[in-house]
Design a binder for this molecule. Structure first.
Ligand code: PLP
Length: 395
């Protein structure tokens, strides 16, 4: 009989993917489904990035790439690194920011070593840590704390086995965005624990509605044990090109490169050329797209709060809201089902009302749900109308 390896035993398709697939299945049956479940900008990839990919393919950039990334792209990333100056040797280009995270964990974690994950957090973090043999230590960061890790909570979570703190600002799913003061306070705790490294996932940097600041700028003295993760997926609407990168000390980057060499041999060369064009091309779209997202955010927050039973704080970054559905739990649907938890509420929204959102439990904080507003105004209107109708039908 088939037996999974221990490292893969608990892995399943993420809740987010499962919900997307369930939506697709219902759609295929002819149901009218509004999906607000995916973290993917609805904008097109910039035309100059697409053109650069054509040009790269035509001009023969079709061989194995250097394992750590094209020299030109690594240099462009290094030149834009936040905080202390770095050279291209401090940059690893991977197949998406997700692979950067996986390379970092596979290259550094010994069995049972701990990674601190402020929750709610992106559902892949825990699975990547587990797959790499580590232990995910979730630290609850409730709405009262602005969904942010408090310094005392960080200090309390650190043990002799802690290897990494994994910080994500702006955050998926909560939108929580750490300012300079909050980052400085966390850095102060980390200074007392020189063995703990910190991974700063800044993939939503350009989708911050408050001034964005990187931990690497706030705490340059920690750069020697810090990995900054970023990429083109969210900022440039290039999710399908699969290009992300890590910026860190050369010894860490070397170790990650060695692992990557045995997994992909490096990211797609043509996609790297497109990513380079995105970085070097017109940056005005970043501000324009951020303004569009901000307007959507304000609409979505207002509409959800207007239901009277959903409590939706205003996110400071990314393109998700993470409202509480606590006041809905225990209520009964017209079909007679009592909504016991956030999963039941989201299931009912999908099955009974045709709108897909993701339960907070998928991100380590039950009693909430995540709605992505990276969708057109028409789609958002349809989805919000259905949610309002669903809530008003509860008893
Ligand atoms: N980090 C966070 C917090 C994300 O939300 C995502 C995508 O959803 C990623 C990383 C992955 O980005 P990429 O498409 O570059 O793999």
């Amino acid at each position: 009989p088939f037996r999974r390896a221990r490292r893969a035993a608990g892995l399943a398709l993420s809740d987010i993917v499962q919900i997307s697939e369930e939506s697709a299945r219902l759609k295929a049956q002819g149901r009218d489904i509004v999906a607000l479940s995916t973290g993917e900008p609805d904008f097109p990839t910039p035309a100059h990035a697409i053109e650069a990919a054509h040009e790269a393919a035509r001009s023969g950039l079709t061989k194995y790439p250097p394992t750590a990334g094209l020299k030109s792209l690594r240099a462009a990333i290094a030149a834009r690194a936040p905080g202390p100056e770095v050279g291209p040797e401090s940059v690893l280009v991977s197949t998406g920011a997700k692979q950067v995270l996986a390379m970092a964990m596979l290259a550094t974690l010994d069995p049972g070593e701990e990674v601190i994950l402020p929750a709610p957090c992106w559902s892949s973090y825990g699975d990547i840590v587990t797959m790499a043999g580590g232990r995910a230590v979730f630290v609850p960061c409730p709405v009262e704390a602005g969904f942010k890790l408090a310094p005392h909570a960080l200090a309390a979570a650190i043990t002799s086995r802690t290897r990494w703190l994994l910080l994500n600002s702006p955050s998926n799913p909560s939108g929580a965005t750490y300012g300079a003061g909050a980052l400085a306070a966390l850095a102060e705790v980390l200074r007392a624990h020189p063995r703990v490294w910190v991974l700063s996932d800044e993939i939503y940097e350009h989708l911050s509605y408050v001034p964005f600041v990187s931990l690497r700028e706030v705490a340059p003295d920690l750069a020697g044990r810090m990995l900054v993760v970023n990429g083109v997926s969210k900022a440039y609407a290039m999710t399908g090109w699969r290009i992300g990168w890590g910026i860190g000390p050369a010894a860490l980057i070397d170790a990650m490169e060695a692992v990557q060499g045995q997994i992909t041999s490096g990211a797609c060369a043509i996609a790297q050329a497109a990513a380079l064009a995105a970085l070097e091309g017109d940056q005005e779209i970043l501000g324009q797209r951020r303004a569009v997202m901000r307007a959507r955010r304000d609409r979505v927050v207002a509409a959800l709060n207007a239901t009277g039973l959903i409590d939706c704080p205003v996110p400071e970054g990314a393109f998700y809201v993470f409202p509480s559905c606590m006041r809905i739990l225990g209520l009964r649907t017209p079909q007679g089902e009592v909504l016991e938890d956030d999963r039941a509420f989201c299931r009912s929204l999908l099955q009974d009302h045709g709108v897909a959102v993701v339960p907070g439990s998928a991100f380590g904080l039950p009693g909430h749900f995540r709605l992505s507003f990276a969708y057109s105004n028409e789609t958002l209107s349809a989805g919000l109308e259905r949610i309002a109708k669903a809530v008003s039908s509860l008893q």
